[in-house]
Design a protein around this ligand. Structure first.
Ligand code: AKB
Length: 341
């Protein structure tokens, strides 16, 4: 008998590590995780971990021969900055990897006669505003506006959203007997900030990097201008959004792709919040025009009213609470502990 399980790909990444901790407490089903990297000791006892590549078809076949996969959190991706250095590799991981997982979920849905839930984190990178004037004019962007990404990662995310919709609504639409299709649900995240991990390979990384450097007592040169503004969210809210969207009754969902956000900050405001808690922090601005160009094309804020209306989305951590109750205490503890060892 195959064991029912919840699959998390890209499990060793920032979202993955936080999601494992939450689902290990709340999930009715055991967790099965997949990543190229091993998991750290802090979570390795909470899941059955398979170290491997989502592009390895034989490995995916082996997994479905052993497990009946009920829900997939497909987190594996190369982020925006990294993808610009290796665009074709990014396409392979971000698009071909997602396609392989969508196929797997389709086959599972058909085989068991019940949709597999496919939860997909997309990103503000799916948007692309042409210039700063337009960015200022369209402050809170809605899901269907400005879908003109400027990065390989953004193109990949936008296309995979469409593939997810295709596989859950139109897959094999000309066949005489339509199969049971998967249930694709997606959130477009702003820049995420975790107290436990430092991001790598993204372009919204200047926010979390500034904060982690301040807590470590290291100087930080921010790679975007002071006035650059994008939305952010603390990691517990990101996990909450994924879990709430998973649990929402399908009848309540009027879209398959939803914006979610918490607070919007310019880089200078971000610095001021960091200085409030770490007054000795040494933060300078040395814009890298290329990376800044990417952030300039992302919206200053997101309109997440559809998520609020359909599945009761509401961030629990606003700006003040994110810093005072989650980020600062968590990051301070992290570096104190590192210092003691
Ligand atoms: C990145 O910077 O690439 C990511 C994102 C905004 O999706 N953090």
């Amino acid at each position: 008998m195959r064991k029912r399980a919840v699959l998390i790909t890209g499990a060793a990444g920032e979202i993955g590590l936080a999601l494992i901790q939450t689902l290990a407490q709340s999930s009715q089903l055991p967790l099965l995780t997949l990543d190229l990297l091993p998991l750290p000791d802090s979570v390795s006892g909470m899941t059955t971990h398979v170290q491997g590549d989502i592009l390895d078809r034989a490995l995916l076949s082996r997994l479905v021969s052993e497990y009946e996969i009920d829900t997939i959190y497909h987190l594996a991706a190369l982020l925006s900055t990294r993808s610009e250095f290796t665009p074709e590799a990014a396409h392979r991981v971000n698009v071909e990897g997602t396609l392989a997982l969508l196929q797997l979920a389709s086959e599972q849905s058909e085989w068991r006669g019940q949709p597999v839930k496919f939860i997909f984190p997309s990103s503000i990178a799916a948007y692309g505003l042409p210039d700063l004037e337009t960015k200022h004019a369209y402050n809170r962007v809605r899901e269907w506006e400005w879908n003109y990404p400027r990065t390989m990662y953004g193109c990949n995310k936008l296309y995979c959203e469409q593939l997810g919709i295709y596989y859950s609504q139109y897959y094999r639409q000309l066949a005489a007997d339509r199969p049971v299709m998967l249930d694709f649900r997606c959130v477009r995240f702003p820049g995420l900030i975790s107290a436990l991990t430092v991001p790598s390979g993204g372009t919204s990384d200047y926010g979390p990097e500034m904060l982690h450097a301040a807590a470590k007592g290291a100087p930080y040169a921010c790679f975007v201008r002071e006035d650059v503004r994008i939305p952010f969210m603390a990691m517990p809210d990101a996990i909450n959004a994924l879990c709430k969207l998973t649990e929402a009754p399908q009848t309540a969902l009027r879209r398959r792709v939803y914006n979610v956000t918490s607070f919007s900050l310019s880089a200078a405001e971000f610095r001021d919040w960091v200085l409030k808690y770490f007054p000795d922090a040494k933060i300078t601005f040395e814009p890298d025009l290329k990376r800044q160009g990417i952030v300039d094309s992302w919206p200053a804020d997101l309109d997440d009213s559809a998520a609020r209306r359909d599945w009761g989305w509401q961030p629990e951590y606003d700006l003040e609470r994110s810093f005072s109750e989650y980020l600062v205490p968590g990051i301070t503890r992290r570096y104190q502990r590192a210092h003691e060892h």
